[in-house]
Ligand binder design. Structure first.
Ligand code: ZN
Length: 79
């Protein structure tokens, strides 16, 4: 997938009006990277194929994978 400044590109995002948290969706390939620890689920930094336990960009420990939704989910649910 194309990356922007070494970061994954979200296909969709919004700020949750109830929690104030940023939610986003990724291409399946990028989603897998986040789940497997090869990219950050908070700032979307792509680690370049290296598994990292802690994000070097934002300092976040492992992804909260529940905040990341696959694109097919958004295609069914959004708008
Ligand atoms: Zn990060």
């Amino acid at each position: 997938m194309p990356t922007k400044n070494g970061a994954l590109v979200a296909t969709w995002s919004r700020q949750n009006p109830e929690t104030g948290e940023i939610e986003f969706a990724l291409e399946k390939e990028d989603f897998e990277k986040v789940l497997q620890g090869y990219a950050c689920g908070t700032c979307l930094a792509d680690y370049g194929g290296v598994y990292l336990k802690k994000c070097p960009v934002c300092g976040e420990d492992r992804v909260q994978s529940e905040l990341v939704v696959p694109q097919w989910w958004t295609e069914r649910s959004i708008i």
